[in-house]
Design a protein around this ligand. Structure first.
Ligand code: V55
Ligand code: FE
Length: 521
């Protein structure tokens, strides 16, 4: 979101910093795709990057700050840990590579008895360790193994840079092309770079960055796409119980292979939204990334029963759109409700358009939509309705409601009341689906905001009764960062506590809250 309100100079500086955008290579001065795109378009990038812009700036330093300075008071009933990961390139990105290929840097704000300790560690993935030994980049292109250095054959390609969740004594750092990378929940030291749940998942099996925790069973509901080898159209869908046992698995086939980033899980059903960021073998053969935007392709909403064999999956064709992140999903009275952010076109201007056209920034803006379909069909089409006027690529909910009817969503977005994008401050918003209204807190234009996470006041607090936590990067303080904490019911009143770091926070795509009772004793 920061991209939209920064001055153009700052924006380009931040992007350049974030992307290592200008690289002197053998062929002279070369630019990344995004820098190129910016050069080609006079329009400002109108859409928030996941997590904003500032928070992709590399820091590389692993940081530890004990007993952070605090403004205001940490509430007595807020104890636990706020974790996040994001791409922080270990070595400068190769020309043409994209920011999604930076190595995952995991961070933790450990909150206890009113005090906060901060710690970060890179996920020591097999890729990170091999590059560290070689002292250079060995995986030059996002999800294009043909370009890998021959020495890394057989190693996990995971960057662990997308999302985190807790499982037992671990923080699992996720990248959707690989199994999780397991870090110690207290120290962030890497315990197992290819975590297979004790062999339940083969080490070459991809694992989504957006598993859901079932509201009824506590199971981790997950999937892996390209499940039977590079480019495969098979998706494995499975559930892992709290002990780590796989309790269900089914395999389905998608209409075409695309970036299947997130999904919807309800009490009895699972839905996928297949979008035209499609695998592009020709582009990879030319040395490019895994995906390109193919506007000739339609979307497909697929619905299947949980705990079945997957043969019942039904695909409903819809208009060309993209949708990357689920806010919430549930079923009610025979209908699926799947709330997701939707873009009219390619959501990532730094990913190529297959037809060679320049980035369309207007079409890359995300708005929350509700997709609906009858669970038992027949469906000629799915419903698609815009819910809010907020540009919000990273919507979240109270995660205790992952598979149930829910009321509230939380997100960072530019101020929707400011027509002039350059002047629209960075906001956190809480939306109320029962009234279709929202509350905002505006930080102004000198702040980049990370995805917020919700922390309940207690395990059995009603939905939305708790705190909202997020990181603010101060664009006018060389990205020095604060953890800002809100009463989630009153976010319009501003933060109730600010945890001040003396340094820039490490980059963030997604964040996660671990309750105090979930820590090992
Ligand atoms: C996303 C992020 C990724 C990725 C694919 O936010 C999709 C969407 C940080 O890496 O590889
Ligand atoms: Fe994501």
């Amino acid at each position: 979101m920061t991209d939209e309100m920064d001055g153009i100079d700052r924006r380009i500086f931040l992007r350049a910093a974030a992307l290592g955008a200008v690289v002197v290579g053998a062929g002279g001065l070369q630019r990344t795709a995004l820098a190129q795109a910016q050069a080609e378009s006079s329009a400002p990038p109108p859409r928030a990057r996941p997590g904003g812009g500032a928070n992709y700036a590399p820091i590389r330093a692993e940081v530890e700050v004990r007993d952070c300075e605090i403004e205001g008071k940490i509430p007595d009933d807020l104890n636990g840990g706020f974790y996040a990961t994001g791409p922080d390139p270990q070595y400068p990105l190769a020309p043409g590579n994209i920011v999604f290929d930076g190595e995952g840097h995991v961070r933790m704000f450990r909150i206890k008895n009113g005090r906060v300790d901060y710690k970060t560690r890179y996920a020591k993935t097999e890729r990170y360790v091999a590059q560290d030994k070689a002292r250079r980049n060995l995986f030059p292109m996002y999800r294009n193994p043909a370009l890998d250095d021959p020495s890394v054959k057989g190693l996990s390609r995971s960057t662990a840079n997308t999302h985190v969740l807790n499982f037992k004594n671990y923080i699992l750092a996720l990248k959707e092309d690989s199994p999780p990378c397991a870090l110690d929940i207290n120290t962030l030291e890497t315990v197992d770079p290819v975590f297979t749940f004790g062999g339940e998942l083969p080490r070459d099996r991809p694992f989504t960055a957006h598993p859901k925790i079932c509201s009824q069973t506590g199971n981790i509901v997950a999937f892996g796409y390209e499940a039977e080898g590079f480019g495969s159209d098979v998706v494995a869908v499975f559930e892992i119980d709290q002990q780590g046992k796989k309790v269900w698995e089914a395999k389905i086939k998608v209409p075409y292979v695309g970036l299947l980033h997130d999904f919807a899980v309800t009490e009895n059903h699972i839905a996928f939204f297949v979008v035209p960021l499609a695998i592009d073998h020709e582009q990879m053969a030319r040395g490019g990334i895994h995906w390109s935007w193919d506007k000739t392709k339609k979307t497909y909403l697929g619905i299947m029963r949980r705990y079945g064999d997957g043969k019942d999956i039904r695909w409903i064709e819809g208009p060309t759109r993209s949708g990357t992140h689920t806010m919430g999903a549930f079923e009610d009275n025979g209908t699926l409700y799947f709330d997701t952010e939707i873009t009219a076109g390619n959501p990532f201007p730094f990913m190529p358009n297959k037809d060679g056209s320049p980035p369309d920034y207007e079409a890359s803006r995300s708005y929350i939509h509700r997709l609906t379909a009858k669970l038992d069909g027949p469906n000629k089409s799915y419903g698609i309705e815009k819910m809010y006027p907020l540009i919000a690529p990273l919507p979240r909910q109270d995660d205790r409601y992952n598979t149930m009817p829910y009321r509230y969503g939380y997100m960072a977005c530019p101020d929707p009341n400011e027509a002039d994008r350059a002047k629209a401050g960075a906001c956190y918003a809480r939306v109320d689906n029962s009234t279709r209204t929202f509350k905002l807190y505006n930080f102004g234009t000198n702040v980049g905001l990370g995805e917020p996470v919700f922390a309940p006041k207690s395990l059995d607090a009603p939905e939305g009764v708790g705190y909202l936590l997020g990181v603010a990067w101060r664009l006018d303080e060389n990205l020095r960062s604060d953890l800002v904490i809100f009463d989630a019911e009153h976010i319009d009143e501003g933060p109730i506590a600010i945890v001040k770091l003396p340094v820039q926070a490490s980059p963030q795509v997604h964040g996660w809250w671990v309750r105090e009772d979930q820590y090992p004793t």
